[in-house]
Design a binder for this molecule. Structure first.
Ligand SMILES: Cc1ncc(C[n+]2csc(CCOP(=O)(O)OP(=O)(O)O)c2C)c(N)n1
Ligand SMILES: [Mg+2]
Length: 1001
């Protein structure tokens, strides 16, 4: 027993005799190609020993009556039984001895399985040796950590030197089929209980489990050539000396150094090398603050001087926008992988401070890059996500992102996750930061294997990373590498960690840096000399010094150099739009007719659709004949025409295929053939771009982030995310605030994502009513107080300057045009569209082809063109409004007979504010009182946004009166009657021409 490694620091009294909890052998595994045949154990389920006894009795009577695998098993064990009988003792009857041996064999199988399942609990994962990576000091009772625990299996010391047949579910034997129990335990400990802790036995696929067992159990797998060791050492030198250099030069700057996890650099490089070897050409990385500069320098290989000059506070910013701190910026770099000699493109996606928010963005970008390369299997493009331990466990978006990983329209065919598990989050201990044993448990939901590894053992880390990359590129599934490490300094370099973690930090101060430990090891074994090691250090220090010298010459900071997703050819050489005009957005009538016809048809033969849908298609055909469109058909026209122009259209969100309101029906389902579907949009033209429409998982944060990432990859795509109801966007608020609204200002990155947010007060209660326009408008960056200069290209230049476009269309034609304008603009801006619910079926909410044919365009403002427009001088009130309330106002105006006295003008684009057109309208009706009418409550909707802008354009000479619902806490009432009463009330005010008499402003 002396060879058995004891784990005294974990030891505690162990219960024995818990045979009832014996693990049950797996069913139906496949035999490995070499080694013993898949024989006796297969098919054994619970209660296997009574089954075996029955088999054994049958065999004793007639060896031919059992399967030949049982026959050879019983023969073998009987022979061993007679050899193994200790001298001097009476030989027991054949039956008793064999039975005991059979039981012992089964026990040994259980023991092997126990290590495979639970070995990680006692693995030495913490480099500090003080914490339990699984937050629990318990030692599983079925691991042989002391000799007495053999009793758990009814085994004893005397059994240690007996030979046991190895089951096909282990590879510890290598080419041996049998091993002594002592050796079995030794090999299991060396695989499962040293510096690597493996969690994989929850994976449902037996082949995948076998693959992992083979990778880690096979004797001698973890051997490295001296060349590999030297490369590893050189990478550690870079990683460590880079941080040292920054610390020396800028001792009081925050950089979120990697000290304590320097091995992350060789770890990432190994994943990239191995993936490149397996055919990957493009790697997209997402990561948080910790070690980010080091990754930029030593993994992506950003020019060091460009990193160093970020530390210079005197540098002038060359680009528009407000920029970001250095440890958030992204990067894109194409280079040769030195290990494989193949081209590789690496990009690190810019990210906000909000931890894990970048995860779905990286996945979306990866998916898009795969899609545009036709890489359906993820053989060329892959993603790597780096996480902090506290964030990985705490942030829900991690879970949302994992749930996208196997959905056909969202999968990136496997991601390698690397956790920098420094066992602390800012000042919080893991025990206070998570309820799961490991920070990585979230990955178990998708059956991803999890490899924990002690980060102070660089070779173990490298091995694990290489297996992880191989796993990803073999099974195209996610995998997690958990680098159990420590954080040498405080949360950042200015922080004092001893305030809160005094004992941990006492140990950390005693901790020998990994580079020194590894160098000493290699020097001791003769792989490198001390002199070579010192030269390697001096060489890299020189590189840093020289780059530092060059960085001092830099006067200007170009954020453009930090772009993570360049769009080659879209902008001119200076990164500016190629023009500042936008063509008209209408399309030829025959195209409208053609799209309308396809939208009304079932392009596949023998395809039986639902009768209700036939009715919808007939009504589309009818509208097409009458040269009319409703909302759904207008959307068809916009998407269809862009597809013809080679623009990929992707619409994603919950239930978007049919449409929440059952109006869209972009995917037809055969009523008789299971899962047979048809997407007529993909049958428009032979050479059209593909159309993707996909129901998403029930997530907003994850899915919106994903689509934003998707839209980053190419300007030649219309990527839309639709919320089920507009208010649900608030669970994705971080993507909206941190990426969509601010992305260009922070990272000079254009993005043309479109958000479709169903909105409208329809008596449906506080939720399902408001898409919260006030929030989007409050974040719009156009100046409310600056009187604009009205140049010829006012519309386009205003759009160019804005952070996003907010529209609330009142007609299908408007929706059609604004979608097309989105792509025809010479640049990209996020577009927020408040979309209708009841208007989808409103008989008045239809547009004629005349409003969509060539030559027509998006109207930012739809001016009054009815009776009031014929005699503007007579008009006593001009009501400005937006969206659905227009239809209520028109109806009310007509019922009160005020068509000639009250004009109604609609804002289709709210932000950037159409100052020019509003001024024209106000001037057209000089004698009219100006009113803003909205159905939302006064503290919501548009009023706070439009009010100062009206003031600016009117020169404060005329008031703009408010008509709408009163201020409120909830966006809408839950009581239908109250809803109708408040509607009545504000409609009455809107047409009470004396409502504001005598009031001052
Ligand atoms: C969503 C979010 N909440 C809070 C923070 C503030 N914060 C920054 S780093 C940090 C601790 C992160 O711990 P961990 O994920 O373990 O990474 P580490 O810093 O240890 O590498 C916190 C709470 C943040 N950046 N993002
Ligand atoms: Mg941490």
């Amino acid at each position: 027993m002396s060879q058995l490694r004891l784990l005294p620091f974990r030891l505690r009294a162990q219960a024995t005799g818990l045979l009832a909890t014996r693990a049950v052998p797996e069913r139906n595994w496949r035999s490995r190609s070499s080694g013993p045949p898949a024989a006796f154990p297969s098919g054994l389920g619970g209660g296997s020993s009574s089954y075996m006894e029955a088999m054994y009795s049958a065999w004793l009577e007639n060896p031919q009556s059992v399967h030949k695998s049982w026959d050879s098993f019983f023969q073998k064990t009987s022979e061993e039984a007679s050899h193994a009988a200790p001298e001097g003792r009476p030989v027991p009857s054949q039956r008793t001895t064999t039975s005991k041996l059979v039981e012992d064999h089964l026990a040994v199988q259980s023991l092997i399985r126990a290590y495979q399942i639970r070995g990680h609990h006692v693995a030495q994962l913490d480099p500090l040796g003080i914490l339990d990576a699984d937050l629990d000091s318990f030692v599983p009772s079925d691991l042989i950590t002391t000799i007495d625990k053999l009793a758990f299996y009814d085994l004893g010391e005397a059994d240690l030197d007996k030979e046991f047949q190895l089951p096909t579910t282990t590879f510890i034997g290598g080419s041996e089929n049998t091993l002594s129990l002592r050796e079995i335990i030794r090999r299991l400990e060396s695989t499962y209980c040293q510096h690597i802790g493996l969690e994989f036995m929850f994976i449902n696929d037996v082949e995948q489990c076998q693959w992992i067992r083979q990778k880690f159990e096979t004797p001698g797998v973890m051997q490295f050539s001296s060349e590999e060791k030297r490369t590893l050492l050189a990478r550690l030198v870079r990683s460590m000396r880079f941080e040292d250099f920054l610390a020396r030069k800028w001792s009081s700057e925050k950089r979120f150094g990697l000290e304590g996890c320097e091995v992350m650099i060789p770890a990432l490089k190994t994943i990239i090398d191995k993936s490149s070897e397996m055919g990957i050409e493009n790697v997209i990385l997402g990561m948080p603050h910790r070690g980010r500069l080091n990754v930029l320098a030593n993994v992506i290989r950003k020019d060091l001087e460009q990193i160093f000059c970020q530390f210079d506070p005197k540098l002038e910013a060359a680009d528009e926008g407000s920029g970001d701190v250095k440890y958030h910026l992204g990067m894109y770099h194409e280079r040769i992988n030195r290990v494989t000699n193949r081209n590789i493109t690496l990009s690190l996606v810019a990210n906000p401070s909000h931890l894990e928010a970048v995860d779905p963005v990286v996945q979306g970008k990866t998916k898009a890059e795969q899609f545009y390369r036709g890489d359906t299997q993820g053989r060329k493009v892959m993603s790597i996500l780096v996480h902090g331990d506290a964030a990985f466990a705490g942030q829900g978006v991690v879970y949302e992102t994992f749930h996208l990983s196997d959905l056909p329209s969202y999968t990136t065919n496997g991601t390698v996750h690397v956790v920098v598990n420094n066992q602390i989050g800012f000042t919080t201990d893991p025990r206070m930061a998570r309820s799961s044993p490991y920070p990585t448990d979230v990955a178990r939901v998708v059956n991803a294997p999890i490899f924990h590894v002690n980060a102070d053992d660089p070779e173990a880390v490298i091995y694990v990373c290489s297996v992880a990359a191989e796993w990803r590129n073999t099974f195209n599934k996610d995998v997690v590498v958990d680098l159990v490490c420590y954080r040498r300094r405080g949360h950042n370099e200015m922080d004092e960690p001893m305030f809160t973690q005094p004992l941990m930090y006492k140990q950390i101060h005693r901790q020998v840096p990994v580079l020194k430990k590894y160098a000493d090891k290699l020097i001791a074994e003769g792989t490198v000399t001390l002199q070579e090691f010192e030269e390697e250090i001096a060489k890299y220090d020189r590189i840093c010094e020289e780059a530092y010298g060059r960085s001092k010459d830099k006067k200007i900071l170009h954020i453009k150099h930090w772009l993570d997703s360049p769009w080659p050819g879209f902008f001119n050489m200076d990164g500016e739009p190629k023009s500042m005009t936008c063509p008209t957005t209408g399309i030829p009538e025959d195209m409208l007719t053609h799209i309308g016809t396809v939208a009304s048809s079932v392009p596949l033969e023998d395809f039986k659709i639902h009768t209700g849908l036939s009715r919808i298609l007939r009504s589309r055909a009818d509208m097409t004949r009458k040269r009319l469109v409703d909302w759904a058909l207008a959307e068809y026209m916009a998407f269809g025409s862009l597809l013809k122009e080679g623009i990929h259209v992707r619409l994603s969100g919950q239930d978007v295929e049919r449409g929440t309101f059952s109006h869209r029906h972009h995917v037809l389902h055969d009523q008789e053939v299971d899962r047979r579907t048809c997407v007529p949009m993909n049958h428009l033209w032979p050479d059209q771009a593909p159309y993707t429409v996909c129901n998403s998982s029930l997530s907003e944060y994850g899915v919106l982030g994903f689509e934003l990432g998707y839209a980053m990859a190419s300007p030649n795509a219309l990527v839309l995310w639709e919320a089920q109801f507009g208010d649900f966007h608030n669970t994705a608020q971080c993507i909206i605030d941190q990426f969509i609204s601010t992305g260009q200002a922070k990272w000079v990155r254009h993005n043309g994502i479109v958000l479709l947010l169903p909105h409208g007060m329809e008596g449906m209660g506080p939720e399902h009513s408001s898409a919260r326009p006030e929030r989007f408008l409050q974040m719009s960056n156009d100046d409310s107080d600056a009187y604009p200069v009205f140049t010829e290209d006012f519309e386009v230049s205003q759009l160019y300057d804005c952070n996003w476009i907010v529209v609330n269309c009142s007609t299908p034609a408007s929706y059609f045009h604004v979608l097309r304008r989105q792509i025809l603009l010479p640049f990209r801006k996020p577009l927020i569209i408040f979309t209708p619910k009841s208007l989808l079926r409103h008989p008045e909410a239809k547009s004629s082809f005349d409003q969509m044919v060539s030559g027509t365009s998006f109207q930012r403002v739809i001016p009054e063109d009815g009776k009031a427009a014929q005699a503007p001088g007579q008009v006593r009130r001009l009501i400005f409004c937006t969206g659905k309330v227009y239809y209520d106002l028109v109806k009310e105006r007509s019922s009160q007979g005020l068509d000639g006295q009250v004009a109604l003008t609609r804002l289709e684009q709210i932000s950037p504010f159409p100052f020019d057109l509003i001024r024209q309208e106000a001037e057209r009706f000089p004698g009219a009182e100006l009113v803003w009418c909205q159905e939302e409550h006064k503290n919501m909707g548009y009023y706070d946004y439009i009010s100062p802008r009206f003031m600016t354009i009117l020169g404060r000479t005329r008031p703009i009166w408010y008509v709408g619902r009163e201020p409120a806490a909830a966006p809408a009432t839950g009581n239908r009657n109250t809803h109708l009463v408040s509607l009545r009330k504000f409609l009455d005010t809107a047409f009470d021409l004396r409502a504001f008499e005598g009031k001052t402003f």
